[in-house]
Design a protein around this ligand. Sequence first.
Ligand code: ATP
Ligand code: SF4
Ligand code: MG
Length: 411
Amino acid sequence: MRAEGAGPEDTGGAGSTLLPEAGEAGRTAPHAGGEPILEVRGLVKHYPLTRGILFKKQIGAVKAVDGVDFDLAAGETLGIVGESGCGKSTVARMLVHLEPPTGGVIRYKGEDVTKLSGRALKAVRRNIQMVFQDPYTSLNPRMTVGDIIGEPYEIHPEVAPKGSRRQKVQDLLDVVGLNPEYINRYPHQFSGGQRQRIGIARGLALNPEIIVADEPVSALDVSVQAQVVNLLDRLQTEFDLSFLFIAHDLSIVRHISDRVGVMYLGRIVEIGTDEEIYDHPTHPYTQALLSAVPVPDPTAREHRERIILHGDVPSPANIPSGCRFRTRCWKAQERCELEVPLLAVPAVFREADTPARHDSACHFAEEKQVVPQEDLREQPGARRPPALREEDGGPGGPEPGATGGPGDKQG
Ligand SMILES: Nc1ncnc2c1ncn2[C@@H]1O[C@H](COP(=O)(O)OP(=O)(O)OP(=O)(O)O)[C@@H](O)[C@H]1O
Ligand code: SF4
Ligand SMILES: [Mg+2]
């Protein structure tokens, strides 16, 4: 089921509102297809900006997450991509209760977990676990691998009574491809990829239903990334897990995700199946991100359009009015300054039977195949469609100054 945008007189964009409020009533979010195990609506995290030492006065807020909506179905992998600082990790931390949201709803199996406390919250936390980005800092160097992986059992002894823990940890080591005999070793005795496997084993210790993986391979060598991604892929099938997979690398996200959400400055601006997002993007930001992904096939590269975004991402403490992408968007018009585009199926695609019919927060959404598919390459009009800010960088990866691509990862 797809969300339909508001605004009957829309001329081509998604639904819109004159009020730039996050999480407003009546907003819908893209459905995952199956019954959602997790529903996120209008999720907000604002960090107050204060002045003064003794008498602190709030003078503003860093709007790290500013109205995020999505569903996650059982057994599904939803990828989240976006430039550094767009709020991906903040979303992840709120989902696993490392931080309370400023507003919005997180429903796990229909129940709003932001309102839970005590035992009920503990039970939910068990089912939503996190795998962190940096395997070097996320593991306590003074603990053995056995203690690290088994630590969650101290809080949830019902999952593994004391006598059975060693065996359980060894089973988990085996599951993630490590020798169970390594149980007494320390983190520094492992490589980066192996440490991330330990982090994954720890994430699996409580038999969760959902894994939130925040850039789980970004800190690893390219040669090891594929192994860890394949491991996650296998574990998902084996344990029937739902994954929220956060990453910068659009190729990795496509490889592992059933659906993909593109984030910009605290909100999801486009979301759909991997085919809809990669082959039929309709939001200018997604199109720019895709245009910066290196294309190995020389013929495809020749036909690929390059879109260079100019200017920096605005500060989340000072978000532009209307469409938050308008200061960098080559298609921006007056309406973009005045009206906030909602995440919904754009009016032009609502009746159409096309993969472009997916949620996109743009008043002037248009399909653009950044890398035309093979059968379209030779058709008239398919070659290098014009863009106002296209610059030809020739073969190779993203040009210097291009933003939004995997080259932006800050490490
Ligand atoms: N505790 C905090 N106090 C104030 N601002 C914060 C805090 N945590 C995060 N932010 C800000 O919120 C914004 C979003 O940060 P977040 O870490 O979620 O981004 P991200 O998309 O995960 O970036 P990256 O790709 O670099 O990991 C950033 O501008 C960040 O500086
Ligand atoms: S600024 Fe660009 S992305 Fe935003 S609504 Fe306008 S055309 Fe769409
Ligand atoms: Mg992050």
